[in-house]
Design a protein around this ligand. Structure first.
Ligand code: ACO
Length: 466
């Protein structure tokens, strides 16, 4: 909070500038009063606006920022992004170096504990995660209760939330041991839940984790193992590990904000992370890579690209995998993914959709509509092509995003818990409805005599067996 001396009404110089250096002078034209608000870390505190009133009983001025486009909701030392320059760093280390030299589990440790682990620390961390990959057998039972065509992200969402019922002690969110156990269990079990959801969709028996394999090899094994001899291709496991690193954290995005907001109620971390999974499910966030593949399939051939781009410009379509709230330059993650596409395809065989994607990118980056809006490929533009090459079905893409993002969610949740400035997240609103209306008895209300049309629940997009 700003001190009284800093925020009180102050005289301003004739040129309107405040007398203090790092401050903002605001004149309320309704009253003619000037206020000097401290500027800290390039921000003014929204609460400092509250003193700006037209009368004693006025509530005071609020900031209005739907979708938080210009509001910092926390202090964080986890991930740095310079959207204009296309820079991404975790705990200060550039993403390029992490992808080149690290592994996903090491990056998860870095995000959560703030430093790269020493060898013994990494060994212990890896041991702990590897030995908590199994899930309670009862989880298998309720997964089998889902419809055969249930979206695996819906299954993941439900099963992550259900983990809180298996580990009720996680509600002791101030207990360091419980926090550590929740971090280990979430990172360890997420691939297992994801793979079980996939196997349910495919009607295949669940494959248990294999502690002899590393994190990404084990995930591939749980997805695809049919015979005891299955051995994941190391090139594909490496590419998947890089994708896991690239998706581990991305500061205050929609799902991380959801984890922090829900976690701020002091609910257990499994429930908070389930909120993150739900947010990630949406096509404007984690669901975008699924949408990119569907878009590329719809475009069908390079010849159809000009028509498609015209439809985007006419706002009939969105160019999925392009644009980002923060990056107004090439997303550095998209560049790294692009560099791995060729080696993955070398192992798995060509994909004609890559030609369409490359040509689409080229033409969009040549087009004033996209360049003037600073729309560049984001992380999702090429990741779907790698997932497809790995024989992962489109519906699993978002699920695979959720696996590594769990380490970011956990790191952000832990940081929030230790932040003395944080409280339960509770935004304000501008009420736009009516007030002080009288209740009207049902027979006196105006409206249609009869309702025409079908009752609710008539499926607009019928499914097989619906
Ligand atoms: N295709 C066409 N036009 C676009 C696109 C796009 N993909 N993205 C933004 N625009 C246009 C908007 O229509 C708007 O134009 P206008 O100023 O003429 O109205 C302008 O660019 C600015 O866009 P906003 O919607 O204001 O940008 P915002 O920051 O709110 O949205 C978002 C960012 C949601 C990512 C958006 O770019 C989008 O929907 N992209 C496609 C979905 C996607 O790829 N999402 C993945 C993001 S990465 C991630 O979540 C991991």
């Amino acid at each position: 909070m700003a001190t009284e001396q800093q925020t009180q009404t102050q005289d301003v110089d004739s040129d309107g500038a405040g007398r203090n250096g790092d401050s903002l002078t605001v004149t309320d034209n309704r009253t003619g009063k000037a206020y000097q608000l401290p500027i800290t870390d390039g921000t003014v505190k929204a609460m400092d606006l509250r003193q700006i009133k037209v009368s004693e009983d006025d509530f005071g001025l609020m900031a209005y920022d739907p979708a938080f486009t210009n509001t910092a909701s926390c202090r964080s030392a986890i991930t740095f992004i310079d959207g204009e320059a296309g820079v991404l760093q975790h705990r200060g280390i550039p993403i390029e170096q992490l992808c080149e030299q690290s592994t996903y589990l090491e990056v998860a440790y870095l995000l959560i504990f703030g430093e790269l682990p020493t060898r013994p620390q990494l060994e212990r961390w890896t041991f702990d995660v590897t030995h908590h990959t199994f899930v309670h057998e009862d989880i298998k039972k309720f997964l089998t209760g889902f419809r055969y065509d249930a979206h695996p992200m819906g299954m993941l969402l439900a099963s992550v939330g259900a983990l809180s019922t298996f580990y009720p002690d996680a509600k002791h969110t101030d207990d360091p041991e419980e926090r550590y156990m929740a971090a280990v269990r979430l990172i360890a079990k997420m691939p297992t839940l994801a793979a079980f959801s996939y196997r349910h969709n495919m009607g295949l028996p669940y494959v248990y984790p294999d502690n002899a394999l590393d994190y990404s090899e084990n995930f591939l094994s749980m997805l695809f193992k049919m015979e005891s001899t299955f051995k994941p291709d190391p090139r594909l496991a490496k590419a998947l590990d890089v994708l896991f690193i690239l998706h581990a954290d991305h500061e205050q995005n929609c799902s991380t904000n959801a984890v922090r907001a829900v976690g701020s109620s002091d609910v257990d971390p499994y429930s908070a992370v389930a909120a993150g999974v739900a947010a990630l499910y949406g096509p404007l966030h984690g669901g975008a890579n699924e949408a990119v593949l569907r878009m590329l399939r719809r475009i069908e051939s390079i010849d159809n690209i000009p028509d498609f781009l015209e439809r985007v410009k006419d706002r009939e379509e969105k160019l999925m995998g392009f644009g980002h709230r923060v990056y107004k330059n090439y997303d550095p993650r998209a560049r790294i993914i692009r560099s791995h596409v060729d080696e993955v395809l070398a192992a798995t065989g060509d994909n004609p959709l890559l030609d369409i994607a490359e040509e689409l990118e080229k033409r969009a980056l040549d087009d004033e509509f996209f360049t003037s809006r600073k729309l560049y490929p984001n992380v999702d533009f090429y990741s779907g092509l790698i997932y497809e090459a790995l024989r992962i079905p489109t519906e699993m893409f978002t699920v695979i995003f959720a696996i590594p993002r769990t380490s970011g969610w956990v790191a952000q949740w832990l940081e929030m818990k230790d932040d003395s400035e944080q409280k339960i997240a509770r935004p304000r609103q501008i009420y736009t409805g009516e007030r002080d209306k009288d209740y009207v008895l049902i027979d006196k209300r105006e409206g249609p005599e009869k309702i025409v049309g079908p009752p609710a629940r008539r499926p607009k997009f019928p499914r097989r067996g619906a």
